[in-house]
Design a protein around this ligand. Sequence first.
Ligand code: PMT
Length: 401
Amino acid sequence: MNLTNRHLLLGVTGGIAAYKAAELARLLVKAGAEVQVVMTQAATRFVAPLTFEALTGNSVCTDLFDSAHEAAMGHIELARWADLVVVAPATADFMARLAAGRADDLLTTLCVATKAPVAVAPAMNQQMWANAATQESIKTLEGFHMLIWGPAAGEQACGDVGPGRLFEAAQLFQLVCEHFATGLFAGVRALITAGPTHEALDPVRFIGNRSSGRMGFAMAQALVEEGAEVTLVAGPVSMKTPRGVTRIDIESAMQMHSEVMQRVTTCDLFVATAAVADYRPQQSAAEKIKKSGEKLTIELIRNPDILANVASLENSPYTVGFAAETERLEEYAQRKRIDKRIDIIAANLVGAAEGGFESTQNALTVFWEGGQQQLPLTDKLRLARQFITLMSEHFYARTGT
Ligand code: PMT
């Protein structure tokens, strides 16, 4: 599972099982997650913060009133930053404080202040686990919609046998992965192209187009929200990368082609939102072209058609095209769908009031073999969400999963 760009806040409280949290931090980092560790004072008696700092590359926060940490990322910022809070191990004392809604140290404060889901992995002596007060805390935390991961039963550090062991790090890691693997496109590996391409004429000039990248970035965000692992090959645009998306920046159609073809064999879904230049200058001048005669002729040659190349692969992923047209929307879009042998195409009118290029809004007419549906004018993220919901039915009908 790829956890790239996922923000994990790992809370560690004071129990002998705190050493297992170090292995969990290692697994999360290895899977690409960004991990911030918050320890209670008692936890630092079992494992040194330095261990987590070395594993995560981030300094460990232990104190609500630490002005250095507050200046770097304050506790409210940290609470907002998290996609998921995992407290492992969670002691009986910590759970009781959390159940009581207390915010008397940094970790409980973060749990109270965050909107992210909170998962608690209990670890304690079996008698403490069986205690009525602990069981009441667990019920209360469940009532707060917190996730309770564990405990396992077995031999304990104190020699007792019974429930109260912290889940193993691999098991907790698996639960984190499953947590993120929900949604319409859970576990689907999606590759998306977005934005324009720039075809160099000389070191300072290029042939380009008006694509802003908004539609492609909205598709990336909508897919990642639905649990897909998204890689976005983006032309030159000034868009912020949506959280959780892996971005590769390119300039030209040839570079986009190369980046896509290197990755496409390991993806399940290919979405071509980019406005790729059909032609590029046969030669890009090494030095700036100087004014000379009244006319300048530039020889252009065809760029490879990335979408058509992907669709013609033996084990091609599910292919989604876009068609930007200024007229005869249905005719031209359907022709592209059939000629490029793609599964589905979303057509938009451009150059008019309808949206399309540059605009924050768009409208799409979606065509597939034997059907079509209109998605009326709205902002591009909402439209992308509507489109991927529609597309999911066709995607699963073809891939059969
Ligand atoms: O970026 P925005 O400002 O938000 O604008 C969004 C958009 C209008 C660019 C987008 O919604 C859109 O319509 N993208 C497709 C642009 C287009 O005209 O494509 P096309 O008709 O040239 O190509 C059809 C399909 O083939 C597209 O999916 C395109 O990505 C793909 N293609 C085209 C040529 C090429 N060499 N390689 C390709 O992969």
